[in-house]
Ligand binder design. Sequence first.
Ligand code: HEC
Ligand code: HEC
Ligand code: HEC
Ligand code: HEC
Ligand code: HEC
Length: 472
Amino acid sequence: MLKDFLRRISRNPVSLFGVWVTSVSAVIFFSLFGMELVGFSGSPYIGIMAFLIVPAFFIGGLLLIPFGIWRAKRRARKALEAGEAAPDEGFPILDFNSEKVRKIAMILSVLSVVNLIIIATATYKGVEIMGSTKFCGTACHTVMAPEYTTYQNSPHAKVKCVECHIGSGASWFVKSKLSGSWQLISVAFNLYQRPIPTPVHNLRPARDTCEQCHWPTKFVGDRLKVITRFNEDEENSEIKTALLIHVGGNQGSVSRGIHWHVDRGVKIRYQSDEKRQAIGDVEMTKADGTVELFKAPKPLEKAQADWRTMDCVDCHNRPSHIYRLPEDEVNTSMASGRIDRTLPFIRREAVKALKAPYATREEAAMKIRQALTGFYAKEHPDMAKARAATIEDAVKDVTRIYEGNVWPHMKINWGSYPTNLGHTQVDGCFRCHDDEHKTAAGKKISQDCALCHSVLAQDEKDPKILKDLLNP
Ligand code: HEC
Ligand code: HEC
Ligand code: HEC
Ligand code: HEC
Ligand code: HEC
């Protein structure tokens, strides 16, 4: 019977090819898996190779074997029907009394078990790899570099990509693999848009992702936020803004403040354009069930067909891929001492160097260095020598800032991905809170400055309120 089986396989090239592909894949698979077991884990590409590509060939080869036999049989039958002489293949008769048949059955069973082990290991490892941050962030690295880098500089640097982008459950897993396959094709054939367009319209609703970690009804209360800035004068003089933000949330049975929008029972739906920047009519359902409609001052030009239900990402649209502005970045670096604030005009010059247009990141690194060292050589030659190391530190940090926010090859520049949290970069909260969305009774979505925060100090030198808080 073994002879018969081998004869059938060897007589048809398709099965023979299948056997060859399967055996070669198995050998490669075991070598790569062995390498991983002894602790060698090179680039994520080795993992993708070992647990996604090689197993695909392995299974393909296995399927080719019966296909080849089936094809050969069909040909033989057709030949017979046409009246030509062809051997009738028929099924072999299995006689388990024969020792030979028993041996073959044993060998085939053992081989099948080995095959199953390979397929199971590969599936398990494959799913694990596709869910890893390394895979998501670096597999198509030139495309994902901006998201991966900004993510690593965010409070969510330890949260896996899949926890926000896929979440748990089989249906979203399958959906993500389907859209992932399309994305793979669009990257391979260079069909994707640069920068990647936002908002992401098929993002999983936040209650299945964000709310798995953040208790939506947690009472946050008021949050003090102090923003330190530096002026563009020679001394880079320091100024501060202090806000008391009424984040609020649920407390007992009452809910108020900013997080009221996502409290249990509250539902806000709105109409918008594709970018979700122009907002049309807004419908509010309160916890007590009353519904109110705030009409937009004028109808939208290109309204999306669906009304969107507001959730976390309508305000927190940049929880993880945070692109900052050059002024904010330089202020933070100076406040934390990475850039020495005693260098004359460093605030003005650093921002100027960052905002200049560059074609590539390499060009940016070179020209930022030239701009800063050139400025001190020309305007403060004494300092250029005496404080060369301090200037060098500033050059390094300004380059780091550029490389953490701008990717010319993806057409990502300052402000390409603005945040809706607030109203400084884009309208943000003011998309609805514009005093222009009104109910029939004339009630407005308010822009009252005290609704969301108290501005305790704005761009003040040494604000008294902060002194009082620090030295009561
Ligand atoms: C804390 C949750 C969170 C994590 C973790 C996260 N993302 Fe995102 N991501 C988002 C949200 C929310 C958006 C949608 C932004 C929008 O619609 O404007 C987004 C958008 C994107 C976009 C579209 C372009 C953009 O910048 O908005 C890409 C690509 C992306 N994420 C890739 C990744 C990759 C790769 C990782 C892991 C390295 C990751 N994400 C981790 C929440 C997350
Ligand atoms: C897997 C768990 C997890 C998920 C999912 C998650 N987060 Fe977070 N989030 C965290 C952790 C951990 C922190 C950091 C806490 C810290 O550093 O104090 C955080 C911090 C935050 C902060 C505070 C940032 C700050 O500057 O203080 C916000 C806002 C936030 N997350 C919003 C979101 C939103 C919106 C989503 C959904 C798109 C989300 N998170 C999904 C775990 C998660
Ligand atoms: C109406 C807009 C809005 C919505 C909707 C919203 N947030 Fe916020 N959230 C804010 C603002 C504004 C802050 C304060 C930001 C700051 O401190 O800089 C904040 C602060 C936070 C913080 C930090 C709180 C702390 O302890 O300091 C977390 C975490 C957070 N939000 C998570 C969420 C999650 C999860 C959701 C969805 C269930 C959500 N937010 C919905 C506007 C919103
Ligand atoms: C999609 C529209 C929309 C957006 C965007 C939006 N809001 Fe609102 N907000 C509303 C509506 C509607 C109300 C209820 C108005 C009323 O009842 O008078 C409201 C009420 C509020 C309230 C009062 C809640 C209470 O009753 O205590 C606060 C505070 C608030 N919003 C803050 C914000 C902040 C901060 C942002 C931006 C981060 C924001 N909103 C973005 C629609 C929006
Ligand atoms: C609907 C809510 C809302 C209203 C109304 C509102 N703000 Fe704000 N404002 C915010 C939020 C949210 C932030 C951002 C807080 C953060 O940085 O996390 C902010 C930030 C600010 C800042 C600090 C910006 C910076 O970076 O220096 C100032 C100043 C400010 N608001 C002034 C005002 C004034 C003046 C008004 C009245 C015309 C007003 N706001 C009305 C929600 C609101």
